[in-house]
Design a protein around this ligand. Structure first.
Ligand code: MG
Length: 222
């Protein structure tokens, strides 16, 4: 199966077609360097594209989510979907649909689900990563915690992808955009072209100096 075949399928999720295609390309490239990881599995839309890219590149995707829905997906909130309500517990549960997506696309073994909270998993994580895709909670606390929890595992030359960048506050929440700019200001990343609301930062390969770092030194050098 090619990622283009996915266009005819409908999965629940929030990802433009061009963003999905870019994730596929990123995962295919990164997975030859190391494992890939996403925060925010939801029902598996992005995992489908990332996972097919990983399979093509011979790698794996770890996909993290507590599967209880983010703040805006709770009953009464703007992105609530009654299909995702577990009638037994009265709580959101996206894991059954996520698992179904993996089964339908035969991605078991390539996409490895991790059910839990990102920061709690990261606290015990010891493996380097070639791609980190942040698409979890959209509060500043959630977005910053995801960035802080995972950025240290990103190998030089690896990519940090952040979804839902809205430079214009009238179009969407500002937390992912703030985190994107914090990462850029660190001097450790070069910005690659953005696709829709998907920002991509490449961590400087060993032995290279980023434009931001060079500019910072230029300002104060004797
Ligand atoms: Mg998103």
């Amino acid at each position: 199966m090619d990622f283009r075949d996915l266009r005819n399928r409908t999965f629940k999720g929030f990802l433009a077609e061009e963003e999905a295609a870019r994730l596929y390309d990123l995962a295919r490239e990164a997975s030859s360097l190391g494992a890939c990881l996403e925060i925010g599995s939801y029902c598996g839309l992005s995992a489908a594209y990332l996972g097919l890219g990983c399979r093509e590149g011979g790698g794996v995707l770890y996909s993290i989510d507590h599967h209880r829905g983010s703040e805006e997906q709770q009953p009464g909130e703007a992105y609530f979907d009654p299909d995702l309500l577990d009638s037994r517990t009265g709580r959101i549960d996206t894991f059954p649909l996520f698992r179904r997506t993996l089964e339908e696309l035969s991605l078991d073994g390539t996409v490895i689900p991790i059910v839990g909270r990102s920061a709690e998993i990261a606290a015990h994580w010891r493996s380097p990563l070639a791609l980190v895709f942040i698409d979890g909670g959209h509060t500043f606390e959630a977005a910053f915690n995801d960035y802080n929890s995972w950025v240290s595992h990103l190998i030089p030359g690896g990519c940090l992808a952040i979804h839902d960048l809205f430079p214009d506050p009238a179009k969407g929440g500002q937390a992912p955009w703030c985190v994107y700019n914090l990462a850029l200001a660190s001097g450790l990343f070069e910005a690659l072209p953005t696709t829709g609301t998907l920002g991509i930062l490449r961590r400087a390969p060993c032995g290279t100096i980023t434009a931001t770092a060079a500019a910072a030194w230029e300002k104060i050098r004797p």
